[in-house]
Write a protein that binds this ligand. Structure first.
Ligand SMILES: Nc1nc2c(ncn2[C@@H]2O[C@H](COP(=O)(O)OP(=O)(O)OP(=O)(O)O)[C@@H](O)[C@H]2O)c(=O)[nH]1
Ligand SMILES: [Mg+2]
Length: 268
């Protein structure tokens, strides 16, 4: 942990801007408080990644919440120009200063950071338009830092910085676990499932019915899903564990539809 932190501190010194990936389905829970500390004085661009899996209306609201943020579907969008233009705009003072000092071409340096599985490698591959070199492998990073040229103005550190989310906040931990960003072993799977089902029922009425054909007004919806699928452990006894596992897989894979698990209003 201390080593990773030192390494990131060193890397941060080399860049003009941090591109912080967050998960659009949980724009606050997918942040990392350490970054606030380490990159306090750095310019920052937030990418609300996996925006294609999040609620479009919530996406719009969350984008207005952050000073500088872009939505992204790193699998399907063409992100290069949008990201490069935003980076140049954020750093326009720096570019102007360089110009005033007679530097004709100032190359801006950026690094991508984010919690595990938020899409860092996919995002980097997208904006550099190829498979970035050894995105997972970081041997002796300080000696072997590789820069990938995005275009003539911007280059990117080839290895993304991995930051663990902080889950001292119960609510955030539940959302992170629900979306598979932290190990759900630390939480009761059935409780996690119940939380997810209730959230969807409250905020996206109709989605559970559409996916599972259940009556959403019933008391125990996990049980309803199990009975509907005829998943039983014994005569008349629903297989809750199997049902929960399927539900979690569906939520993580976006099979229920576009859902945002943190409401913009609750952050106001
Ligand atoms: N739908 C959707 N899926 C995405 C998006 N970005 C990444 N993914 C998927 O999310 C998963 C994780 O993506 P990675 O790029 O490996 O994430 P990472 O942050 O590099 O993960 P670690 O290296 O494990 O920390 C993969 O299955 C990607 O295909 C996106 O914008 N939309
Ligand atoms: Mg990766």
């Amino acid at each position: 942990m201390a080593k990773a932190r030192r390494q990131m501190e060193e890397e941060l010194k080399l860049v003009d801007i941090v591109i912080e990936l967050r998960d659009a389905r949980m724009p606050l829970a997918s942040a990392n408080p350490l970054l606030e500390e380490l990159a306090r004085n750095k310019k920052r661009l937030i990418i609300l990644n996996k925006a294609d899996m999040a609620d479009e209306e919530e996406n719009r609201k969350w984008l207005s919440f952050f000073e500088r943020a872009l939505p992204a579907d790193s699998v399907n969008d063409r992100l290069t120009n949008r990201v490069v233009n935003e980076v140049k705009d954020i750093l326009k003072d720096k570019l102007e200063k360089a110009k005033a000092r007679g530097i004709r071409k100032k190359t801006l340096r950026a690094m991508v950071v984010g919690i595990p599985n938020v899409g860092k490698s996919t995002f980097i591959n997208n904006i550099v338009k190829k498979k970035a070199a050894k995105a997972e492998n970081r041997p002796g990073v300080t000696k072997n830092l590789q820069w990938i040229r995005i275009n003539e103005d911007v280059e990117l550190l080839d290895t993304p910085g991995v930051l663990w989310p902080k889950f001292d906040d119960q609510e955030k931990a539940r959302i992170l676990a629900l979306l598979g960003s932290i190990n759900d072993d630390i939480l009761d799977k059935e409780a996690l499932c119940a939380f997810g089902i209730n959230y969807i029922k409250e905020n996206y009425p109709g989605l559970l019915n559409k996916r599972y054909g259940i009556d959403e007004s019933k008391e125990d919806l996990i049980k309803e899903i199990a009975l509907n699928r005829k998943w039983l452990v014994s005569e008349g006894e629903p297989d809750i564990q199997k049902t929960c596992e399927m539900f979690l897989k569906d939520v993580r894979g976006g099979s229920l539809g576009r859902i945002t698990f943190e409401r913009y209003e609750s952050a106001q």
